[in-house]
Design a protein around this ligand. Sequence first.
Ligand code: AP5
Length: 215
Amino acid sequence: MRLIFLGAPGAGKGTYAAQLSQQLGIPTISTGDILRANVKQGTPLGLEAKSYMDKGGLVPDELVTRMLAGRLGETDVKPGFILDGFPRTLAQAQSLETLLKEKGINLNAVVDIDVPRDVIIRRLTGRRMCPGCGANYNVNTNLKPKQEGICDKCGKALITRTDDNEATIKNRLQVYEEQTAPLIAYYQKTGLLRTVAAEGEIADIVARIRKAVAA
Ligand code: AP5
């Protein structure tokens, strides 16, 4: 199964992709996670990407597409993958189409994860991450850690992502509307688009996504 998860920042792409990835036994490719890992390691890509990410803008297409092409060349993606956060522009969607054509593979579905704006803002402002194991919590939803500020799994102090502040969130949402939302119409034309309402319990939403992509 080869899937794209579209959706605004904070819609829940990473959360649902992690669960579906386990259920289907295929990896998630999150361009945001790969970029953050590069920033943390201080690689040349990370140094270049950081200034765009901190402002809530998009990293240039050429850099992200090259990074994605490298990841798609690895052996674990052969049985399938979930793309979380790529493509995010029309140019990225066209590059992906070319890449997949060269590899002789097709997408099965593009899932538009649909959440009202007020819910998105609540999810983004409440998100807390574990810098040790990467676990994701939320102080504004039912995903609070058992002990405030501490990871349930590894006991490390939780952090807030540097781009989860009010000004950057506002910019990320605007960039999404201008550059990424047009991909909904793009994939609608291909017949691959499946829109899934993503409010409620995580397990129910993941089941809804499974049903939508099987259709
Ligand atoms: P990226 O990391 O992809 O960020 P994003 O798209 O803004 O998405 P998020 O990770 O913020 O949200 P999500 O939809 O995964 O939500 P989550 O599951 O965490 O990208 C970061 C940056 O990297 C970009 O701004 C850009 O600069 C750059 N970048 C990345 N890809 C790029 C590309 N292709 N081109 C150019 N630049 C690129 O959920 C949010 C919170 O809500 C969590 O706390 C979660 O636990 C909670 N939650 C979710 N669902 C529920 C639920 N049903 N009930 C209760 N809580 C819930």
